[in-house]
Each structure stands twice: as structure tokens, then as C-alpha cells.
Ligand binder design. Sequence first.
Ligand code: DGJ
Length: 732
Amino acid sequence: MNLKKRTKTLAGLCLLAGGLAAQNVCVSTPRTSLLLKAPVGGELEILYYGQKLADADLAALETDGGMGAAYPAYGMNSLGETALAVQQADGNLTLQLVVEDVSSTEAENSSETVVRLKDTLYPFYVDVCYRAYKDVDVIEAWTEITNEGKKPVTLHQFASACLPIRRGQVWMSHLHGSWANEARLAQEPLTAGMKVIANRDGVRNAQTDHAEVMFSLDGRPRENEGRVIGAALCYGGNYKLRVDTRDDECHHFFAGINEENSAYVLEGGETFVTPELALTYSNEGLSGASRSFHRWGRAYKLAHGERLRKILLNSWEGVYFGINQEGMEQMMADIASMGGELFVMDDGWFGDKYPRDNDTSSLGDWVVDKRKLPRGIEGLLADAKKHGIKFGIWVEPEMTNRISELYEQHPDWIVKAPGRDPVQGRGGTQLVLDLSNPDVQDYVFGVVDELMTKYPEIDYIKWDANMSILNHGSQYLPADRQSHLFIEYHRGLEQVCQRLRAKYPDLAIQACASGGGRANWGILPYFDEFWVSDNTDALQRIYMQWGTSYFFPAMAMASHISAAPNHQTSRVVPLKYRIDVAMSGRLGMEIQPKHMTDAEKELCRKAIAEYKTIRPVVQLGDIYRLLSPYDHLGAASLMYVAPEKDKAVFFWWKTEHFYNQHLPRVPMRGLQADKLYKVHELNRIDTQPLPCEGKVFSGAFLMANGLELPYNHRVNTPSAYASRVLYLEEVE
Ligand code: DGJ
């Protein structure tokens, strides 16, 4: 049970809102309001969500009709999509939820409003909850569904929230993709009928579609103008987003756990808490909504959202499974010499009876392979210390292989359909451990706990997850609870993460899942960042990172300089361009430095030093996306501005190359019009400085005109690629 003590303050809420009718409840952030109609004994409706309401508007709106139910339930007068559908023990499939009371609690940075709905026939309650932040424009909405009867009730549908969106020229932006092509931006107008975005992976939920969307209310989406509603479901498991457009005045948006094959039996006295749906509203376009998500994420969701991330080298693309002591030390020496701060040893370091030489075996056998690393992790930590950097390590704790000592000892720990052979994943042998089982939870916790207990100097864990639940079945859950597997898996994972965070609050942990499979706000409270994609091709990364930046801040987006030709696309991209793309996220390297020339190392050394200067702006600043690669205008550009507006970093990448090409000049955004900024190009390779180098411009000029940038680099060996990073600093 998760019932909190609350004060019933219906009257108090009304007083606060001044002139508001006793039945209306207004939930506000600094610049947004959500207005609910909550008549005791009647249906809970949403009257309004958008720009903050003045008292006069509140009073006037009270007579307006509602836009739609705030949490429509199935069964009585419910022809449209519903948020909740249940079956009582006696077979009754209907619910009729009416408002019982409204309460609110205040915390330092947020206020929580709970509208308690009660069924008119059964002792069945739904608390519709809203948490409004006082310093960021985000309202989190979720429900707590309680069966106070004696017999179980089966939940067949249990969305987190519903939001009616006034019809008009509404367009939806969402992220779509696949392995090595994650987070591609898709934008389309909402039309009559149903639009559904769903995930059924079981383990990772962001590799294909994402659980976040934006709605542009004023026609074709624009980055810096127009009204936008953003919605992000804070959940790591299967989800479903629905937009139901019937012949009424609103699109009806629903978001929550995907209920397919997940019917949940709610025992008498039990409360089911749905994941939060984070909502934001901006009248500064898509970028405005992103800035709110980023601020909220850094302040309230992301692990260590206030802490600057280290610059690292990860061993994967450099050596793949070819781990050995000398190789690791050489990579550590190289990254240290280039100014990096952390080295991460990826897959391939473990396994005793079955050494992990490729992806066909050993997951679960988390003991050092002494043939490869005779001095063990101790030796690696000593090397890292010698080179003045930190050390991190790769694990994939939720998984095993059919060829592993773990599986030999615990065949009952894997996810598997009763009576059938398990479906095997990566390498033809990978298996998912059943996190609904408390013994498995203990074991998964123990994987990291043992490493950290033995080697407390480990600074960073790369936590990978490379398989989906491909056979529905738990060897732990009873026959009548098999449909709980997807939900219990993620509850189990969250339990493990909570235990780890309680014991290791400072540890940096990356969420990797075959690349970007775990970029979601459900998992990020326990993780510092995610690996955006296994595709490190700089040109394709511009598109993927652009999409990812809609919902996630740069500090969470691991973005690495890798080799040319690129290992995924075979594209040969000059190092300067690879650096300039990687620097727009959390900079790292994914390369074998011993194959780099001295000149290349020098360029990286310079870039790392420059990144240290701009790191606070990129990682903690506000994003302004300026020129979208998806508009195919030949270039893409975005910038980050420090909250004080005294510093900014402008990124520009050419995305197409033609002779006599006419690229748009890019006006900047987010600066202060009356401040003066000095321009300095970072990572310069040209033989001559840019015409704007060292010059001072007003914020007003830069935002009205931008700067003229040459389309090509002035270098001895020209290439098809060009990119610029400009650092702007306020001068008196
Ligand atoms: C998939 C990850 O996305 C890669 O970065 C790498 O860690 C491999 N797994 C290792 O097996």
C-alpha cells in the first residue's frame, strides 16, 4: 500500500486560486496551469492545460464546459478510449468513478494534488495525482488504484493519465527507430482515428519507439515558436501511448503501461501505482518544451543531474572482446595523455570455466578471466591510478547465456515459457534472468555490490542489457500470475536499482541497452546517462542526438569520438567533424588510440581541453535547436546557453555537400539582446581564423542575423565535411 497521509483541503485550494469555484482545482507551475473540474459526486474533468491562468481567467473558465474526462473508466457511457478497465470478482466489467474529495500537500519544490475518485458500487478507489513543480514547468500525473474490497479485482487497462488536447492544427513529434538508428524524429499531423505508439520489448523500451511525445498546437512543428505540449512517460517497461481522435473538440491522449498480456490481479487492500506522466507546456516551440524537460530532469530525475560528467574512453570499438592487461593499460595511458578523466573496460573481461571471448557465453560468470588480466581488477585500478584517471567497468547483470556456470547452477532463474525451450538471443545463447524472482533480484544486486565491495575505487559502471523478453513465462510467478511478468520484471529491476543507489550514491552508472534502448525517464533516476546508440557515425549521430535532445539533456547523452571508417556505416568522416558532433553531448571516445596518428591525438587533446571549458554550458545549459537536420537544408545547428546568459556554445554541422551550395545563415537564440558577446572558434583546423574570430557582437545582432560561416574549411586537404563550434562569452 502506498497511501500517504494527506490534508483534505478542498476549501484551501479554492482560496489559493482566488475566486475559483469550489469544484475547480487549479494546479500550476511558474508558467503553466492545469485546471480540473472536480465536483464532489460528479465526474473529474479537465477544463484546461496551457499557459498559466490569471485569476480572472480562472473565474471565467469555471462556466466553460470540460474538454473531457481526466481519467475515463470503462463500462458506463464509455464509447471512446478509456484509461481504466477492470473486472470485479463477480464478473462486473463496469466502473463509474465520481469525485470523493480533493487534497493537497506541499513540499519545498512542488505541490501534490490528489483527487480521490470512488466507484459508485464497489469499494474501489482511484487517486488521480498531480505533482506541480514550483521552479520548472512540469506537472507529473499518475494514479494510485486501490481495491478496498476483499476479493481480487483484475486490471485490464491502467493508464497513468489522460489529457484532452484541443483540436486544431495539432502535429505530433515522436521518436522512432531501431538498433543503430535510434531516436529518429517523426512528425505528423493528428488525424481522425487512433494513433498508437507501443512497446513490447519487456526489458528495454527505447530502441524502437519512445515513450515521449510532443504536440505542436499551431500547425507544422517549429523549434522556437508556437504552443507545444510535451509528455514523457517515466517508465522503463512496456508502454502504450494512444491518441484517440473522435468527432469531438479534442484529441484524447492516454499514456501508461502497456496492458497487453499484462492483466494485473489487484488483491483486496492492494494499491497499484502507475508510472508518472511528465507534462510540460511551452509557447516557445519544441525547444522550449525540451528546455523544461531538461531542467526538470536534471533537478528531479536524472542521477547526479547537477554533476559534470567525466570525459572517458570506452574500450568496445577499440578492442571489442580483445581485452588484456597490456591493452587496457595502453588505452589508459593514451586517454590520460589526451586529458581524459576515465577509462571504461567494456565486454570480454570475465568468465572462468567459460571465458567470454565472444557473445556466445559467460554472462553471469562475473569473475575476472585471469588469462587475460593476470593482475586482476586490482591491477587495472593500479594502472588507472598511475595515469591519474578513474576506472569503470562493463556488466550485463540481468542476463545469462546457456553456456555459463550461472545457468548450469540456476536454470530456474531464466525467463521461459512453461513447457517450452527458451528462446535464445544474442550469440544464439543469451537468456534473460527473471527479475520477478527475489532471489534473482538479490543476485543482480550482488553483481554490482560484489564488484564495489571488492574494488571500491571503481568509479563508473556501464550496465548493459542486450535482450528482450522473447518468451513470455516466469518460472517464479504462479500460473495465475504469469500476466504480471512484464510489470514484476521492472518492479524487480527498480528494487535492485534502489538498493544499489542506497548503498552507492556516488557511483556513476550508464544505462546501455544495445545502444539507446534505455533512454527513458523511468530508469534515469538510477542512472547518470545512457549510450545513445551503438552507431557512432558522426553524420547519423546528428539525427539521432537531435531527436534524443527533445526529451533528454546533453549531460545524459553519451556521445563518443570513434574511428574512420566508421564501424557501423563504413563512412569516412574527418576527425574534426567527429569531434564537433561528440562535443554536443557528453563527450567521450570509442576508439583504439594506438591506431591514431600523433596529429589526431593532438586534435583530440585540444578538443578535450576545450570541452572542459564549455562542459558546464553544454551539460547544464539551456538548449536551443536552430536548424533541423530533418529539414534537409544542407546543415544542422543548435546551441546551449548558460542560465545566466553570459556564455553560450554554438554548434553547426554541414550535412550535405554540393558545389555552389547556398546554406541558410542561422540566427542564434536564447542570448540576452543587450549583452555583448565575444566569439571564439573551438577546435579550429583552418589555416586562417574565421572573420568573426575575437569580434564582439550584441546578443540582438546574433539573434537577428547569426554569423556568416564559410561552407568549407581552409585546410591543405579539403573534405566534403565542415563543422564549427563557436564559444560566446559575455564581455563588459
Ligand atoms: C552492446 C553495447 O551497446 C555496446 O556498447 C557494447 O557494450 C556491447 N554491448 C558489448 O557486448
